[in-house]
Design a protein around this ligand. Structure first.
Ligand SMILES: [Fe+2]
Length: 351
């Protein structure tokens, strides 16, 4: 899947230099691209080159069905603003996390567009639990639901939801730990069995922040939900989203930790973990996470991955938080959610 490069400008009036960016298929996946930049070794220069041809990387992301990997982006650790500059190429607005529903301790102190995912205080977040059993029968990393849990698309409990996430490894976990696993909702939608497709078309999910206490786990444990403000309320989202750039349909839903398991997970279906809706969610998720739709990223320091939340879900994996310090930076880009959300106010901003 080499990236198509334009050699004439938009008006056809002249010859443009060939792109410096080349995209190779992502090894071990049926989607995604690995970006190489010719003649440039340093991430600072690579980001400047991306700014000089601002349509190249967003087009490559779309062509690669929502996932790109760039290695060796270490200059970002010294100058975090570089990550924000690169993020700006992917949409109208790079989110300021001081205005979203996250804990202040997880916002970068100097660059509020950066959300810190780390087990190092003050941002501290414990690593995800290990699956049970930790490996599959053939000794591999479990990726399929429900053996693998934690599948979500970032901040889907807001309307309009964000478009794209950029995730950068300041300090990666060792190989074999702390991978991020991705499932491609475009491929999964295209391969839906007809019976399941008939049930998801037109279906609406109810998404909720795990902080609201409406997760499958909380409901099963009998824990009372948190009293929430209107701007924290669960939000409805279509289970099938049409991508605003490619026009492709993708599955769009989360599982235990980011749906509303009290009034949902789906509008109009029997509620709760053992209801008709919960059973359908399990069925969809088992399909969505089939091996042919999966990519598991083993992180190295200075890796940057870019994914489209409108068409992919992802899940974090366990790492040994007692022995390992892991520091990751994320930005999110919003502003192009599709016609479904046209003209809507931001649900997460208090009125
Ligand atoms: Fe996430």
């Amino acid at each position: 899947m080499p990236l198509k490069t334009n050699t004439t400008d938009a008006g056809g009036n002249g010859v443009m230099p060939p792109s410096r960016f080349h995209v190779q298929p992502l090894p071990g996946a049926n989607f995604g691209g690995m970006v190489e930049v010719s003649g440039i070794a340093d991430a600072r220069a690579a980001i400047a080159a991306a700014e000089a041809e601002p349509e190249t990387l967003p087009a490559a992301l779309c062509e690669a069905r929502g996932f790109l990997l760039l290695r060796g982006m270490g200059a970002i650790s010294e100058d975090p603003e570089l990550l924000v500059r690169l993020s700006r190429l992917f949409g109208p607005e790079v989110e300021d996390y001081n205005q979203t529903l996250v804990k202040k301790s997880t916002v970068h102190p100097e660059v509020p567009e950066i959300f810190i995912v780390s087990n190092v205080p003050p941002a501290y977040k414990a690593p995800p639990a290990r699956p049970n059993p930790p490996l599959t029968e053939d000794g591999k990393l479990p990726t399929r639901f429900p053996h693998r849990r934690g599948w979500h698309t970032d901040q889907s409990y807001r309307r309009p939801p964000p478009d794209i996430s950029l995730f950068y490894a300041v300090q990666a976990s060792p190989k074999g730990q702390g991978q991020t696993i991705f499932a491609n909702g475009i491929l999964a939608y295209q391969e839906l069995p007809p019976e399941l497709q008939a049930r998801v078309d037109g279906l609406v999910g109810i998404h909720s922040s795990s902080a609201n206490g409406r997760t499958e786990y909380a409901v099963r444990a009998g824990d009372p939900p948190k009293d929430i403000q209107p701007h924290e309320a669960p939000q409805r989202q279509p289970v099938v989203r049409t991508h605003p750039v490619s026009g492709e349909n993708a599955l769009y839903l989360c599982e235990a930790g980011q749906m509303d398991w009290i009034d949902g997970p789906f509008v109009g279906l029997e509620t709760g973990p053992d209801g008709e809706g919960g059973k359908l969610l399990y069925e969809i998720m088992q399909h969505y996470t089939r091996p042919e739709f999966i990519y598991a990223h083993e992180w190295e320091d200075d890796d940057l991955v870019i994914w489209d939340n409108r068409s992919l879900i992802h899940s974090a994996t366990w790492y040994d938080g007692d022995a390992v310090q892991r520091v990751m930076w994320r930005t999110t880009v919003r502003g192009n959610p599709g016609n479904e959300y046209a003209g809507e106010r931001r649900s997460w901003i208090p009125v």
